[in-house]
Design a binder for this molecule. Structure first.
Ligand code: MG
Length: 284
């Protein structure tokens, strides 16, 4: 099922999309984090008992988890072709031994809604860039999980745009500031539950800027796969329900072009993953 958070008459609610994806059926959970923490049986029961539906045209979708409880955990340089383009852009900043994963965190006080705005931060940010990514949502407390069992801990998947300020990212060496600014984490349009996607996910992932195709790959080309990520992180770090892990971006980001194609106000960025949907945002 596809789960969403939406706003209707100023009230934030969660719901499940109807099969034709034209309407949402509200569910009786206070928010998406509470829904994720409920048992699968409780969720199925709530979906079965849901009465009434609202046309999507009558609501405003928010990010499925508008206020994550913790920063998003991100993988850097996790597709081979993206590693090559990043190293071409700045060998000093991006040349790394492989395949030890790069983990960093992305601060997100409030995730940007589908159709919401990516903030360009004039005066602070130059070289604004996009990164279409598959994000994994953890469904139950994960500690010392083996890669072979990792699928059991995944609640679902969403699309995340890991918006990046390249000059801040490379100048400050550590990526936290250049990737954690307000308006830098568009997410959505929905969470597709893990039961609908074969594990490991092999989904087409792409992005467009003003209609021009920039990224086009598949999510089975991760250097460090989802099972390995969950095994390694959970070996020393308890992953709580609602944890969001952005698994890295394929080739075709703005810094990968010669000359680079960075974002500017007015640009429309669409990140799409098969089976989840398209996350569309405008730079302002
Ligand atoms: Mg990224």
């Amino acid at each position: 099922m596809k789960l969403v958070t939406f706003l209707k008459d100023g009230q934030e609610s969660v719901g499940v999309l109807t099969a034709d994806e034209t309407a949402v059926r509200p569910l009786p959970f206070p928010d998406m984090n509470a829904l994720i923490e409920a048992s699968w049986e409780q969720l199925l029961s709530a979906v079965k008992d849901a009465d009434g539906s609202l046309p999507l045209s009558a609501v405003a979708l928010l990010a499925p988890i508008p206020r994550p409880r913790q920063d998003v955990i991100c993988l850097g340089i996790n597709y081979k072709a993206h590693a090559e383009e990043a190293e071409r852009y700045s060998s000093e900043a991006f040349k790394k031994e492989r395949p030890i994963p790069i983990y960093f965190s992305k601060r997100v006080s409030e995730a940007v809604a589908p159709e919401g705005y990516i903030e360009s931060h004039p005066g602070l940010v130059q070289r604004l860039d996009y990164e279409s990514e598959l994000a994994v949502i953890i469904g139950k407390t994960a500690k010392n999980v083996k890669a072979a069992d990792a699928a059991d801990y995944i609640f679902g998947y969403t699309v995340l745009n890991d918006v990046s300020a390249r000059l801040l990212q490379t100048t400050h060496k550590q990526w936290y500031f250049g990737k954690g600014l307000d308006g830098f984490t568009p997410m959505g349009p929905c969470i597709t539950t893990a039961d609908e996607i074969a594990f490991p996910p092999a989904l087409r992932i792409s992005s467009r800027v003003n209609g021009e195709r920039r990224q086009d790959s598949t999510t089975d080309l991760l250097i460090t796969d989802i099972g390995e990520i969950i095994q390694e992180l959970s070996s020393g770090m308890t992953l709580l329900p609602g944890t969001i892990i952005a698994t890295g971006t394929p080739a075709g980001v703005g810094m990968g072009f010669d000359p680079p194609k960075f974002l500017k106000p007015g640009d429309v960025v669409e990140c799409t993953i098969e089976g989840i949907g398209t996350l569309r945002n405008t730079v302002r």
